[in-house]
Ligand binder design. Structure first.
Ligand SMILES: [Zn+2]
Length: 173
C-alpha cells in the first residue's frame, strides 16, 4: 500500500500509485514494521528461550561435572575378604573405615537377578557371617545352597555415600 496523500505536495493519489502524478515524487510504501512485529516477537521469544536453555544446560553440565569430581575424590574401592562356608558367607572388612550398608549379592549376573542380603554397617576389621537363609532375589525367592551353586559373588557398600562393588568369581570345580 502506498500513501494516498503525497508527502511532498499533498496531492491525493490512488493507493496503487508509486509516483505522485502531480509532482512526480516517489511514493514509498507504508512502513511494514507493523507486520514485522508478528515476526520479531516470536523470534525474540525464541532467542530468549534458547538463551535460557543454554544457560540452564551449562548449569546442569557444571553440576554434573562437580558431582563427577566429588565421586572421583571420594570413591573408595572396598576390598573385603570373602569365604563361602556351610554357615553362609563370611566377610571381613579389611579397611580402616566402616562399610556402610554392607550387602552381599550371590550370582549377581544370574538369570534370577541375584540373591542379596544386606548386613548393615560392617566396622573396620569386623567379620560378618551372613547365613544363606538371608539371601533373597527380587521375587522374594530364598537362596537354597543345596540346589543353587555360587558362580559369582558381589560385595557392596556405600562408603562416602557412593556405591562401591567388589565382585568375586568362583571357578567351576
Ligand atoms: Zn506530489
Amino acid at each position: 500500500m502506498y500513501p494516498l496523500t503525497c508527502p511532498n505536495c499533498g496531492n491525493v493519489n490512488r493507493p496503487t500509485d508509486t509516483y505522485c502524478p502531480r509532482c512526480n515524487a516517489t511514493l514509498r510504501p507504508k512502513s511494514s514494521m507493523k507486520g514485522l512485529w508478528f515476526l520479531i516477537i516470536p523470534v525474540g521469544i525464541l532467542v530468549l528461550a534458547v538463551g535460557a536453555y543454554i544457560r540452564n544446560d551449562s548449569k546442569l553440565r557444571e553440576a554434573r561435572r562437580q558431582e563427577e569430581k566429588r565421586r572421583e575424590d571420594n570413591y573408595v574401592r572396598i576390598n573385603p575378604s570373602i569365604r563361602v562356608t556351610e554357615a553362609g558367607v563370611i566377610a571381613t572388612n579389611n579397611e580402616d573405615y566402616t562399610y556402610p550398608r554392607f550387602t552381599v549379592i550371590l550370582n549377581p549376573n544370574g538369570s534370577s537377578g541375584g540373591f542379596s542380603a544386606e548386613y548393615g554397617d560392617l566396622g573396620p576389621g569386623k567379620t560378618a557371617v551372613i547365613p544363606f537363609s538371608k539371601f533373597a532375589n527380587a521375587d522374594g525367592r530364598r537362596f537354597n545352597i543345596s540346589t543353587n551353586r555360587i558362580n559369582q559373588l558381589s560385595a557392596r557398600a556405600w562408603p562416602n555415600g557412593l556405591q562401591s562393588t567388589h565382585t568375586f568369581d568362583f571357578k567351576e570345580n
